[in-house]
Design a binder for this molecule. Structure first.
Ligand SMILES: CC(=O)N[C@H]1[C@@H](OP(=O)(O)OP(=O)(O)OC[C@H]2O[C@@H](n3ccc(=O)[nH]c3=O)[C@H](O)[C@@H]2O)O[C@H](CO)[C@@H](O)[C@@H]1O
Ligand SMILES: C=C(OP(=O)(O)O)C(=O)O
Length: 440
């Protein structure tokens, strides 16, 4: 047993208040955007999570001075003035740490003329290729050299605006195009772009820096390149994934959690499903209160999708709550081909979940004919019992934790350090909500 292992005594409803800070899926990208400016930038509402710490170290290796702002570590001042002089030693140590390094391509090409990108990390929930990123960079005029130690990228003739259409509205690829096009020469038109709230927030950051970006209808983004960008002062939007995770924990355990700073507009699709499943919520100026109203929960049919659809990162925590709903819930995961592995562990806890390769839903999906297990039927309600579990990925791990809190008896959760990637102060929050947990 080590400090990465948590004992959970289940059966106690979570009750109380937690607060969420800036989104894991925006903050590291806004930090990367600062490299494009010729003045310092200030980012506030920064969560203390490991994905932020990793990007901070990466930027420092690239010569960006990063210091805590007036708000302590919850605000960062990023000064890229010395980026050109960076030696970039030790950059390989960040291989496999997060998905953010790939987004440094455009900013580094503009700033220093070349980029080295070590292997990416992030959750293992599918193959997660980067072909859209590299195709887009090549269309801007970049030359990509794939070497065993990582990608070497140059732009011998500079970067020029272009017409692009993504094969799928990928979040990272849309961000790649934005971060490259804002200082490319001429106009870029991106079709089939992702429009997640974190992308809109990144566009706000870039606009504050001096970028010209039009968000047209039907997933079209038009960017007019500018010669220089300045700094920004920006407060990151709140983390809608963390909010949904705690909301699901409240529902599954029969409890009540007030999530301070949660923002309704980013959670509309989640809130609709939460209500259909029988959960209650109340939106106030300060946040959102989520609770189980007593009585039965309802089975629901659910398909994950790009925004404004039901976000894939909400799926894993919600599935645990659905094990407590009466009837057959149906899940169709259309964003990642391999995100249902976590259900096997829930079955060991006593859940009735059957996984399928068929598309159990009408949302167009890339996986139906390719033999990927990406649909599931959850039959409930079932009593869960404690078990020994190893955290597989960020949201899968959170779903195990909810299951352990819901189950009768004791569970052991190994590998909990992954939670630090996306959940600030995870343990104090859990204890503050009355969870019976013990970390060794
Ligand atoms: C740090 C961050 O913001 N992570 C989020 C981001 O991940 P990320 O940006 O990696 O996810 P994408 O939206 O790019 O991926 C969506 C789908 O497109 C595919 N694809 C993507 C790029 C590519 O070059 N080729 C390709 O085939 C992926 O394999 C996946 O099946 O959006 C996901 C979808 O909302 C979220 O689950 C992640 O939490
Ligand atoms: C998949 C996730 O993150 P990442 O893209 O950083 O792996 C997530 O936050 O659930």
């Amino acid at each position: 047993m080590n400090a990465d292992t948590m004992e959970v005594s289940g059966g106690t409803p979570l009750a109380g208040e937690i607060s969420v800070r800036g989104a894991k899926n925006l903050v590291p990208k806004a930090m990367v955007a600062a490299v494009l400016g010729d003045q310092p930038s200030t980012l506030t509402n920064v969560p203390r999570i490991s994905d932020v710490a990793i990007v901070r170290e990466l930027l420092e290796l690239h010569g960006v001075t990063v210091r805590d702002g007036a708000d302590g570590p919850h605000s960062l001042v990023l000064d890229p003035a010395r980026a050109e002089q960076a030696t970039m030693g030790d950059i390989e140590v960040h291989a496999g740490s997060s998905r953010i390094p790939i987004l440094l391509c455009g900013p580094l090409l503009h700033r220093v003329g070349h980029a080295f990108i070590p292997d990416l990390g992030g959750c293992r929930i599918g193959d997660r290729p980067i072909n859209f990123h590299l195709d887009a960079l090549r269309q801007f005029g970049a030359v990509v050299d794939k070497r065993p130690e990582g990608l070497h990228i140059t732009a011998p003739d500079g970067l020029t605006g272009t017409q692009l259409e993504l094969p799928y509205p990928s979040v990272g690829s849309t961000e790649q195009v934005l971060l490259t096009a804002v200082r490319a020469q001429g106009v870029t038109e991106l079709r089939n772009a992702a429009v997640e709230p974190e992308i809109i927030d990144l566009i706000c950051v870039l606009q504050k820096m001096g970028a010209i970006i039009n968000l047209d209808t039907d997933r079209v983004i038009r960017i007019t390149g500018v010669r220089r960008l300045g700094g920004y002062i920006h407060e990151a939007l709140p983390d809608r994934m963390e909010t949904a995770s705690w909301a699901c924990a409240a529902l599954a355990t029969g409890g009540e959690v007030f999530v301070r700073n949660a923002r309704q507009v980013d959670l509309m699709t989640f809130l609709n499903v939460y209500r259909r499943a029988g959960g209650e919520f109340m939106v106030t100026h300060e946040g959102i209160r989520f609770w189980h109203p007593g009585g039965k929960l309802n089975a629901v049919a659910l398909e994950t999708d790009v925004h404004p659809g039901f976000m894939t990162d909400w799926q894993q925590p919600l599935v645990v709550a659905l094990t407590q709903a009466t009837g057959l819930s149906i899940l169709h995961e259309t964003v990642y081909e391999n995100r249902l592995g976590f259900t096997e562990a829930l079955v060991r806890l006593g859940a009735h979940i059957q996984a399928f390769t068929d598309c159990l839903g009408a949302t167009p999906c890339r996986f139906g004919r390719r033999n990927y297990t990406h649909s599931a039927v959850i039959s409930g309600p079932t009593s869960l019992r404690g078990a020994d579990l190893t955290v597989p990925d960020l949201r899968g791990g959170f779903s195990y934790m909810i299951a352990a809190l819901t189950a009768q008896g004791r569970s052991t959760l190994r590998g909990i350090d992954i939670f630090a990637r996306g959940y600030e102060n995870f343990l104090p929050k859990l204890e503050g909500l009355g969870a019976q947990v013990d970390v060794h």
